[in-house]
Ligand binder design. Structure first.
Ligand code: BTN
Length: 253
C-alpha cells in the first residue's frame, strides 16, 4: 500500500494468501501485543464469518477481506456506534473510488439497488465496562463477477465491478477506506456520536421506509423513523407505538 496517507491505521499490515478468517488472525495478533491500527488482509478466506453466525463468501483475489485492530477506551455499550461509524467510512470511501449508487441498511450493510455489496462484523472484548479491543472485520465484494457467486447469493449479493461495469483496483479502495475511517474515528473521539449520526442518516436507505424485523418477543413491523443517540433504530408501528431496535437484522419492505 505505497502512498497510504494514514497516521495510525495500517502502519502495520499483515497480508496473507488463504486463511480461514482474517478475524481469527487479528485476535491472535492482539494476544501477542499487536497495536491499534494493525491490519490483516487476505486474498481468500475459507471460513469467512458474517454477522449472526452466517458465513461470508470470500473467493481469492476478488474482494477486500480485511480486519482492523482498534483499542478505543470507551464504554462497552458504545460498540453499536462504532459499527455505524464503520459503515459510514466504508460507504464514503466506496463513493470516492467508484461510480455507484450505494446506501446503508441499518445497522451496517451496504446495498446497491437492494443487493448487498459489503458487510461489517465487529468482535470485541471488554473489561470493567470499557472496551479492551475491537476487531473490525470488513468485507467488500469488489471484482466478483456473477458466476463467482453461488446460486443462492445471486439475487441478494452484488459487487462493485458488476454494478459499475469496471474492475476496481483494490489497493485504492483499501487506502481510501483507511483514510476515511481514521478521520471519522478521530472526529468521534473528539466530538462523540452526534456528527457520525448525521452522516449515517444522510447515507441511509433505511429511514422513512417500511421495515420488518424478528425479535425474541415477536415480529415488529413499521416505519424506520430515526437513529437514537446510542445507534438504536426507532421504528413507529401502525398503532403509533415507538419501538427501539438495538441489534439484529431488518428487512426492507
Ligand atoms: C456481514 O455482513 O455479515 C459481515 C461480513 C464481514 C466479512 C468480513 S471479511 C473480513 C473479515 N473476516 C471475516 O471472517 N469476516 C470479516
Amino acid at each position: 500500500l505505497s502512498g497510504l496517507k494514514t497516521k495510525v491505521l495500517g502502519q502495520k499490515i499483515h497480508v496473507y494468501g488463504e486463511v480461514e478468517s482474517t478475524q481469527t488472525i487479528a485476535h491472535a495478533l492482539i494476544a501477542s501485543g499487536a497495536p491499534e491500527g494493525t491490519i490483516v488482509l487476505a486474498e481468500a478466506q475459507t471460513a469467512g464469518r458474517g454477522r449472526m453466525g452466517r458465513t461470508w463468501h470470500s473467493p481469492a483475489g476478488k474482494g477486500i477481506w480485511m480486519s482492523l485492530v482498534l483499542k478505543p477506551r470507551i464504554p462497552v455499550y458504545f460498540m453499536p456506534q462504532l459499527t455505524l461509524l464503520s459503515a459510514v467510512a466504508l460507504c464514503r470511501s466506496i463513493q470516492k473510488v467508484c461510480q455507484v449508487d450505494i446506501g446503508i441498511k441499518w445497522p451496517n450493510d451496504l446495498l446497491i439497488k437492494g443487493k448487498k455489496v459489503s458487510g461489517i462484523l465487529l468482535e470485541s472484548s471488554g473489561e470493567d465496562e470499557r472496551l479492551k479491543y475491537v476487531v473490525a472485520g470488513i468485507g467488500i465484494s469488489v471484482n466478483l463477477k456473477r458466476e463467482d457467486y453461488p446460486e443462492e447469493l445471486r439475487n441478494i449479493a452484488t459487487s462493485l465491478a458488476i454494478e459499475s461495469g469496471t474492475d476496481i483496483p483494490r489497493e485504492s479502495l483499501v487506502q481510501a477506506f483507511l483514510l476515511e475511517f481514521e478521520d471519522l474515528y478521530a472526529l468521534y473521539m473528539e466530538k462523540g456520536f452526534a456528527p457520525i449520526r448525521l452522516l449515517w442518516e444522510a447515507l441511509s436507505v433505511t429511514l422513512k421506509r417500511p421495515i420488518r424485523t424478528n425479535t425474541p418477543s415477536g415480529v415488529i413491523e413499521g416505519i424506520a423513523d430515526s437513529l437514537d443517540d446510542s445507534g438504536a433504530l426507532t421504528v413507529i408501528t401502525q398503532a403509533g407505538e415507538k419501538i427501539k431496535i438495538y441489534s439484529g437484522d431488518i428487512e426492507l419492505k
